[in-house]
Design a protein around this ligand. Structure first.
Ligand SMILES: *Cc1c(COP(=O)(O)O)cnc(C)c1O
Length: 382
């Protein structure tokens, strides 16, 4: 390896490499939309929804403008609002709890499991007790499939059933991942995902989708997507949004979906190599047997006493970028500090926020580059 490649920074994600692989196909797909000019609800939107339904096994796919809208639209359709409690993990991207708060309902924050970083079932049960004690009406659970790994959906479904709640799966980081052998999209009443460019299946702007087997919910979501339309756009039967996915983004996604499985396999190879090479010096993420992660992030925990900023600076000096998801759990954020947390507090969320760090992971990270990342981590901890 020459001096030049040594100091070239490693891309944290590599959208450029993917574009080169796809060659002319994305340009051609976008060109077709520019030619037919159906920028809203064009044929590619319908084609994408059908392709995503086939891919996920869900009966209905409602594409939409973002992952946040996907969450919000389901909560709107289920008439979640003031006085209601919706349970979500605190160790997540803010959109999970934000969608709840936007409806006027109260997010109630739940701790996560140390091994999977996903919703902890005992803490979920305490949070339900907490919500009731505060006079809130428990309505829904929003598990997050964090960093690409499915949450414990069977256990969550059992709690939901016992309490009469519905489940909205926040799979913004995990579309394509498998829970007990089945792709996400049918493990909850509704599953929301995001096509933000940095997500494993990303478009060239904002986008999202909702997956459900429920016919009534699907109809209501299609209405909410266009300002609560009834028989036509100018008949408004409920509140809604400008919630549509652009045709150009659907065209981009149709091309990217063709190579998605291959990319998931490549991401898994990277994760396996990291686990083999780093498992003895840091806490590497664990995937529950029977599940498959798509590795939206590769998030390690540093040994106790490690100065995380110094660790990040040391990697950066070797051209290896890192990111911290999430420096603050949601309940530690100013905007969400007034909402309840599960009885017993959220000690795991708080510990993770202080010691996690994410390494570069993407489908185009070749072996020499992975070795560079591994060496940089080893050097920083030596
Ligand atoms: C990215 C993300 C969202 C929101 O998706 P957008 O498309 O950016 O609105 C929601 N939840 C989680 C867990 C996310 O990572």
């Amino acid at each position: 390896m020459n001096q030049h490649t040594r100091i070239d920074p490693v891309p944290f994600i590599d959208i450029g490499a993917q574009r080169r692989r796809l060659g002319q196909s994305i340009d051609d797909a976008v060109g077709r939309v520019l030619d037919h000019c159906q920028f809203i609800n064009g044929p590619e939107v319908t084609q994408l929804e059908a392709a995503l339904a086939a891919y996920s096994g869900a009966k209905h796919v409602i594409s939409c403008a973002s992952g946040t809208d996907a969450l919000l639209m389901v909560l709107m359709a289920k008439k979640v609002g003031p006085g209601d409690a919706v349970f979500c993990p605190s160790f997540t991207f803010c959109a999970t709890g934000e969608a709840v708060a936007l409806t006027g309902a109260s997010p109630v924050f739940v701790d996560v499991d140390e091994a999977t970083y996903n919703m902890d079932i005992a803490s979920l049960k305490s949070a339900i007790v907490t919500a009731k004690a505060r006079g809130l009406t428990p309505r829904a659970i929003i598990p997050v499939d964090l960093f690409g790994q499915p949450a414990d959906h069977d256990a969550i479904a059992a709690v939901a059933e016992e309490e009469g709640l519905f489940v909205l799966d926040d799979a913004a980081q995990a579309f394509g991942a498998k829970y007990k052998g089945k792709r996400l999209g049918t493990s909850a009443l509704a599953t929301a995902t995001s096509f933000f460019p940095a997500k494993p299946l990303g478009c060239f702007g904002d986008g999202g989708a909702i997956f459900t087997d429920d016919d009534q919910l699907a109809d209501d979501l299609r209405s909410i997507r266009v300002h609560g339309q009834g028989s036509d756009k100018y008949d408004n039967v409920r509140l809604g949004l400008t919630g549509r996915l652009d045709t150009i983004q659907a065209a981009v996604l149709l091309e990217k979906l063709k190579i998605f499985d291959d990319e998931i396999a490549a991401r898994n190879k990277v994760a396996e190599r990291y686990a083999r090479s780093l498992g003895n010096i840091v806490t590497v993420p664990r995937v529950t047997p029977g599940n498959e992660s798509i590795w939206a992030c590769y998030t390690i925990r540093l040994p106790k006493g490690t100065d995380r900023d110094a660790f990040a600076a040391s990697l950066k000096a070797q051209g290896v970028p890192t990111a911290i998801y999430y420096v603050k759990s949601m309940h530690m954020q100013t905007a969400y500090s007034q909402y309840p947390v599960a009885d017993g507090g959220l000690p795991v969320c708080e510990a993770l926020s202080s010691d996690v760090i994410s390494l570069p992971v993407h489908a185009y990270l070749d072996e020499p580059t992975q070795e560079r990342v591994i060496k940089a981590v080893r050097d920083a901890l030596a």
